[in-house]
Structure formats: C-alpha cells, structure tokens
Design a protein around this ligand. Structure first.
Ligand SMILES: Nc1ncnc2c1ncn2[C@@H]1O[C@H](COP(=O)(O)OP(=O)(O)OP(=O)(O)O)[C@@H](O)[C@H]1O
Length: 259
C-alpha cells in the first residue's frame, strides 16, 4: 500500500500562539483514518492547512506523490482532495441535482451553462452525471426535491454526494455527525462506508467515538496541536497520553470515553 496523503512536520502559529506543532502522519490509499482530540486541539486548523485555507509555517503535504504546498484550495480539489464542512453548505433553494452539479464546478467552465438542465440535444452532461451519482449513492428518491425541504440527515448525505461530484481520491470530513440524532448517525455511518467502498480515502474529524470506532480502524490524536497517538482505534482509550489529554494527569489510571 502507498500513502495517498503524507503530512510531514506541519506547524502553524497565529499571532505568536503555536496551534499546530510538528505534526506528521500518513493515510494509505483507501484508508479510513480518524483525527480526534479534545476541544481546541487543532483538528480544524489541521484540516484548513491540508485544504489550503491558509499556509503552514513549516512542513510539507504530499497528495498522491505530488507536493501540494502553496496550491490554492480550488487547485487541491482538482488534485483529488474534497472536503465537507461541519455546517451544511448547500444552496437551500436549489434542487438536489443542481446542488450536486455545483460540485463539478472545478472540472467545468461556465456556471450558468453548467446548471442549465437542457441542451439542444436533451439533458446536459452535467445533469446526467449528477443524476447518476445520486442514484449510485442510493438517494434517487430525493433527486428533484428542493434542499430546504429535506430532513437534516438527508441534507448531510447530499452534501457528501456534492463533494463526491468533484471525483476526489481523498475526502476530508469535519464532524460529519454533528447535529444528527442516533438513527441519522447510523445511516451516515453506512453512507460513509459505502463511499469508502468505492475506494475513496476518508480522513474524519469526529467527536462521536461510537461512529469513529465503527468506521475507522486507525486514528491520530492531537492535543495542544501535537500528535500524541497514531494507531488502533480499538486501543486508543487505553493509551496513557490520550487518557491524560482527555481526563487530566490525575486521572490517567481511569478509562475515558475518548473524544
Ligand atoms: N484563525 C485563527 N486565529 C487565531 N487562533 C486560531 C485560529 N484558528 C484557530 N485558532 C486557535 O487554534 C486552536 C485550535 O483550534 P481548532 O479549531 O483547530 O481546534 P479543534 O481541535 O478543531 O477544536 P474543536 O474540537 O473545538 O472544534 C484554538 O486555540 C483556536 O482558538
């Protein structure tokens, strides 16, 4: 197995405050890797560095053998990296198909023409491609609906389908279960497993440890911007440094519901 994502010695400070310090890890092609840690540990900042929202101070990120340092976010999407956000960022007044078509943006020119459902020769290629993807992911029942009318859990899945429309090799998920109830989280878990089954590598920031355990066999743990654990998700709750990070040094003999 080769590493699809290689993170080497990443560091970042904001106004003199060190937020990420010398973080390195790899994700193999097809992996389901979780990134966890207490509040403020630096998980979102690390995602922002990986996706080019802002530049790192030090270190290198390599995607599929290509160093992507300095590449703007939009170019990283073209290089195979897609991201979903904690808060749903769909266009509520557009249909499911139109939202998924927006995910093709970086591969197509002319947003207006792209969103037009018809050409002289029938349905546009963008439209047909979006419909096929929605059907492949088992969401055809919602195809023509306006996003604002859909249940929250379904909107979350549609957002992921929109990310898939970019044809990523690596999908970064920022707290995908946030705001979902137990049933919706179980459905999301199956949906993510389905995405993983297509060969896409998943990097997941998530506080819901039952979701992390059932989806990801490996996890990286951050605390105060440093990597303190990189290994089996099944054993993470036994690691003394992880226990200390979640419970404090005095309690490191106990077990914690990590994350
Ligand atoms: N743009 C910024 N400017 C200054 N400080 C920032 C900025 N972004 C993040 N930070 C700080 O970096 C630290 C890490 O924040 P970050 O949001 O990455 O943590 P997190 O692990 O994602 O937390 P949570 O689990 O609560 O979402 C925090 O102390 C935060 O205040």
């Amino acid at each position: 197995m080769t590493a699809l994502l290689k993170v080497e010695g990443l560091s970042k400070s904001f106004g003199g405050v060190q937020v990420i310090t010398d973080v390195s890890f790899e994700a193999e092609e097809g992996a389901r890797l979780a990134l966890i840690g207490p509040n403020g540990a630096g998980k979102t900042t690390l995602f922002n560095l990986l996706t080019g929202v802002f530049p790192q101070d030090e270190g290198t990120v390599t995607l599929a053998g290509q160093v992507i340092d300095g590449a703007p976010s939009r170019r990283r999407i073209g290089m195979g990296m897609a991201r979903s956000f904690q808060n749903i960022r769909l266009m509520p007044h557009l249909s499911v198909v139109e939202n998924v078509m927006l995910g093709q943006q970086h591969r197509r020119s002319g947003l207006g023409a792209m969103l037009s459902p018809l050409t002289l020769f029938g349905r546009s290629e963008s439209w047909r491609e979006a419909e096929a993807l929605i059907a492949d992911m088992g969401l055809e029942a919602w195809m023509g609906e306006t996003v604002s009318t859909l249940p929250y859990g379904i909107r979350k899945q549609i957002e992921l389908v929109r990310a898939l429309a970019a044809k990523p090799r690596l999908l970064l998920l920022d707290e995908p279960a946030a705001g979902l109830n137990g049933t919706e989280t179980a459905q999301l878990r199956d949906f993510l497993a389905r995405i993983s089954g297509t060969g896409i590598t998943l990097l997941v920031v998530e506080h819901d440890m039952s979701l992390v355990r059932s989806l990801c066999d490996r996890c990286v743990v951050l605390n105060f911007g440093r990597k303190i654990y990189d290994g089996s998700t099944a054993q993470v709750h036994e690691d003394p440094l992880v226990l200390e990070a979640y419970l404090g040094a005095r309690h490191s003999g106990e077990t914690a519901d990590v994350a």
